[in-house]
Design a protein. Structure first.
Length: 332
């Protein structure tokens, strides 16, 4: 374990320590303060916080750090989430935040330095012939956060576009290519869909196969997952594509916008270029609209080689914000 950071001079009574499950309420308040200050839209709920703090790929005792204040609140936090199942790479993803009224005091710098050191500790035990990376995502407009990571040795490598489609506008007719049929998601299919997802994303930049543990917990086990609004495309008995969708009720309460998220949309290579992605999108949009949603959102790799960006634009999705993915190689 890396040594704890030095005390923060302006907060002499604050304590560096790991997160615990008892921090759920304080962690939610920390995330809420940062979201409001930074103009974010993703609301952290107590249920989501418990989900994060019980992640077996991010054990709180070893992979988290907070600066706790005497009143029980948190001035900042960081999590180092392990993704060590890859066949070509091993990755540590960092998720950190500093409370707005305590920024500019070196807390974010201390959290990031500690998390990098922890990430390198974990990666040191991984095979040297694999790519080993510490990574972070930041919204493009948060220039100070990006600069902090760049100063610590991170390099921007990929950009992602969040897109939104107004469901109050006419939705195109669904044209499912024959002989494909699209049915609703069934829990019994979850592992077959995972395997289809791994196949569909095997040629995507930075993608690694997902284990059943990760898929079942972080994808179809996410608190916001909506199986009743998700879909599977078949060619006979073969899964050709899928749309795994989400609804974040807390975001709607905060923003006033009722929207559904197309979280994972994939078409396996033998069934591409036939309009199946569009058919799955249209089926999802109609389901969201019928469930009372005003909009549908999704995120896409700006350099996606399968032409996904054009597919989304053709059915009415428009960019609303951009994020950058940053990487730091093992050892810096």
């Amino acid at each position: 374990m890396p040594p704890l950071p030095d005390p923060i001079a302006t907060l002499p009574d604050a304590t560096w320590r790991p997160l615990t499950i008892d921090d759920v309420d304080a962690y939610v308040r920390l995330q809420a303060a940062a979201r409001v200050a930074d103009g974010g839209q993703e609301v952290m709920t107590a249920e989501m916080a418990r989900h994060e703090l019980t992640d077996p790929n991010c054990p709180t005792a070893t992979n988290t750090l907070v600066l706790a204040l005497p009143d029980g609140s948190l001035a900042g936090s960081v999590l180092a989430q392990q993704r060590l199942q890859g066949i070509e790479s091993r990755r540590i993803f960092l998720w950190g935040v500093t409370r707005p009224d305590h920024r500019g005091q070196g807390i974010g710098h201390s959290l990031l330095d500690w998390a990098i050191a922890r990430g390198d500790e974990i990666l040191a035990d991984q095979p040297a012939n694999l790519e080993r990376l510490v990574e972070a995502f930041r919204e493009e407009r948060l220039g100070e956060a990006i600069a902090l990571h760049e100063a610590a040795g991170f390099t921007p490598v990929r950009w992602y576009i969040e897109m939104r489609r107004d469901l109050r506008e006419p939705i195109p007719a669904e044209a499912t290519p024959a002989p494909i049929r699209i049915d609703g998601y069934q829990p019994a299919l979850r592992d077959r869909i995972r395997q289809a997802h791994n196949d569909a994303f095997s040629d995507h930049w930075g993608s690694e196969p997902l284990t059943a543990e990760i898929w079942n917990r972080d994808f179809v086990g996410d608190p916001t997952f909506r199986g009743d609004l998700s879909f599977v495309a078949y060619d006979g008995s073969e899964i050709a594509g899928y749309s795994v969708n989400y609804v974040e009720e807390a975001d709607q309460e905060a923003t006033g916008l009722r929207e559904g998220w197309v979280g994972q949309l994939g078409v396996r290579r033998p069934w591409r270029r036939r309009g199946l992605a569009t058919a799955l999108l249209v089926r999802s949009m109609r389901a969201f609209r019928d469930a009372g949603m005003d909009a549908t959102s999704l995120s896409v790799d700006a350099e996606n080689a399968t032409g996904a960006l054009g597919v989304y634009e053709r059915v009415g999705f428009r960019p609303v914000r951009r994020s950058v993915r940053m990487q730091r190689p093992f050892g810096g």
